[in-house]
Design a protein around this ligand. Structure first.
Ligand code: ADP
Ligand code: MG
Length: 400
């Protein structure tokens, strides 16, 4: 079934270059209008082949492609190519033609009136963020980045609503590349263009795509939103492509404090005596207790050092407890709290619910564990019970 938003769909498409193995095999991809689709994979995985089947520069050996509701085969290939923008790595500008003539190449083939072409050229040079005077220059008079800006906007000269881009920024320096990424993102977000973009750079894909198709050896390995791919990488190949650092970030982005906290903090109530506090500390092997009232509302903490200092004068927890400087809610994201805990050197942070009830504790050691586990993959992060939390504050303060 075709949805109203669907613009291209591959249905069990395969391509076999004469004699060889299938370059791509059983490809199923659906592209909706206005999406920014990144095809990503290692070299030779079939990205270019897949992309070029869209404008019939390559014909499928099996399966079919539906384009704007009709079998792609029913479109005249030459006309089709004029309605789909195509941007390649080395910009493909003709060296002996001015920028203006380069930009209006396709409109000329479409036999546009001269004044319409002039207007279009001015509109596009503006979109490329270059001065109008550049229209009379030759490509060699522009920097590599400027040439590629022209290469990108030229793909829109005939009001194409789909643009294919095959590793268009691979040869550019990082700053120019960044600039051009902004430009294409603008085309998609502000002008509503549908972009199919081949890259082997995961940073680029995550930055630009609304939809990522991961390919390996002619197969689609995973096809999803960037977020879902980060949260649920399909297999080891995808994990490797994403890299450990990025996965760690992604995990931190959605782990909440309650996912990693210990639910059994060492504590004492306001009404108890210092003698009882000392017994509890000794029993739990900790040098600090969290202090609550009789209704489990967090009041503060009490530590062994303070008790030692003041034991001669005071006898109750309520006399000498101190307020907590920092506490977090169960629903807080780790990404918002972990850095603060680690950088500011807190040994632990009490975790409360919305009504200030003491729910648990996050220790510095448990956070460090999480970070190492995510990097080295030793623990099962999905299951908080598998995360070894120091069961006392004292042990963890020894480590800190
Ligand atoms: P990618 O763009 O992901 O690097 P390609 O689509 O260019 O991959 O290539 C996929 C596979 O098809 C590779 O094994 C490549 O060698 C093969 N291939 C690509 N083009 C041709 C061709 N014109 N003739 C024969 N084999 C080809
Ligand atoms: Mg390629």
């Amino acid at each position: 079934m075709q949805s109203a938003k669907e613009i291209i769909s591959f249905q069990n498409v395969a391509k076999n270059y004469r004699g060889g193995n299938d370059a791509v095999e059983d490809i199923n991809i659906t592209v909706n209008k206005g999406e920014f689709v990144c095809l990503i994979g290692t070299s030779g995985s079939g990205k270019t082949t897949t992309m070029r089947m869209i404008n019939r520069m390559i014909e499928p050996s099996r399966g079919k492609i539906i384009f704007k509701g009709k079998n792609l085969k029913t479109f005249d290939p030459v006309r089709l190519r004029r309605t789909i923008g195509y941007v390649i790595q080395n910009n493909g500008l003709m060296p002996h033609m001015t920028i203006k003539d380069n930009i209006t190449l396709v409109p000329k083939l479409l036999k546009w009136q001269q004044d319409k072409m002039d207007r279009k050229a001015k509109e596009l040079i503006k979109l490329a963020d270059l001065p109008e005077s550049y229209l009379d220059r030759y490509p060699a008079e522009l920097s590599g980045g400027q040439q590629q800006r022209i290469g990108v906007v030229r793909a829109l000269a005939a009001d194409q609503d789909i643009i294919l881009m095959d590793e268009p920024f691979g040869a550019l320096d990082p700053i120019t590349r960044d600039d051009l990424q902004e430009l294409v993102k603008h085309l998609q977000e502000e002008l509503g263009k549908t972009i199919i973009f081949v890259t082997h750079d995961m940073d680029e894909a995550l930055k630009l795509a609304t939809h990522i198709v991961i390919m390996d050896s002619g197969h689609v390995i995973q096809d999803d939103t960037p977020d879902n791919i980060l949260q649920h990488p399909g297999n080891d190949f995808v994990k490797e492509l994403l890299g450990e650092e990025r996965l760690l970030q992604a995990q931190q982005n959605t782990l909440s404090v309650s996912d990693i906290m210990s639910k059994n903090p060492a504590k004492i109530t306001l009404g108890q005596s210092l003698a009882e506090a000392i017994r509890e500390m000794s029993y739990r092997h900790v040098d600090t207790l969290l202090v609550t009232d009789d209704n489990n509302k967090l009041k503060g903490f009490i530590d062994l050092e303070t008790i030692n200092d003041r034991y001669s004068k005071y006898s109750n927890v309520s006399d000498i407890y101190q307020a907590n400087r920092f506490k977090v809610k169960t629903t807080s994201y780790l990404r918002d709290t972990s850095e603060r805990i680690l950088k500011q050197g807190y040994k632990y942070v009490p975790v409360i619910d919305n009504d200030n009830n003491l729910i648990g504790i996050v220790t510095r050691a448990s956070l460090v564990n999480i970070i190492y586990d995510a990097i080295w993959g030793k623990e099962e992060l999905d299951n908080p019970d598998n995360i070894k939390l120091p069961d006392t504050i004292a042990k963890e303060s020894d480590n800190a």
